[in-house]
Design a protein around this ligand. Structure first.
Ligand SMILES: [Zn+2]
Length: 88
């Protein structure tokens, strides 16, 4: 699995600090416009010009191709399930 390092950023929803991203489905590095998910709360981010992650907008979410939405939803479900199971 390829891992890309970034300047540390905090999730705008939960404050979780991240400094890396990797693809959940292929051996590829993140590219401009790719979507990432907070590992703590599953908030969505998009890789912006300048190589930093910012929260995805509603318009970008609506415009996302269906196949990508399915993959993102699966990753969000997995993170939420993991966090829920961890609290038990
Ligand atoms: Zn978060």
């Amino acid at each position: 699995m390829k891992v890309a390092r970034f300047e540390p950023w905090r999730c705008s929803k939960c404050g979780y600090q991240m400094d890396a991203a990797s693809s959940a489905f292929e051996d590829a590095l993140p590219e401009l416009g790719d979507v990432s998910v907070c590992l703590n709360c599953a908030e969505l981010y998009i890789l912006n010009l300048g190589n930093y992650w910012r929260p995805i907008t509603d318009d970008e979410l609506i415009a996302m191709p269906l196949e990508e939405k399915k993959k993102v939803s699966y990753v969000q479900w997995t993170i939420r399930k993991f966090q829920k199971d961890r609290r038990r």
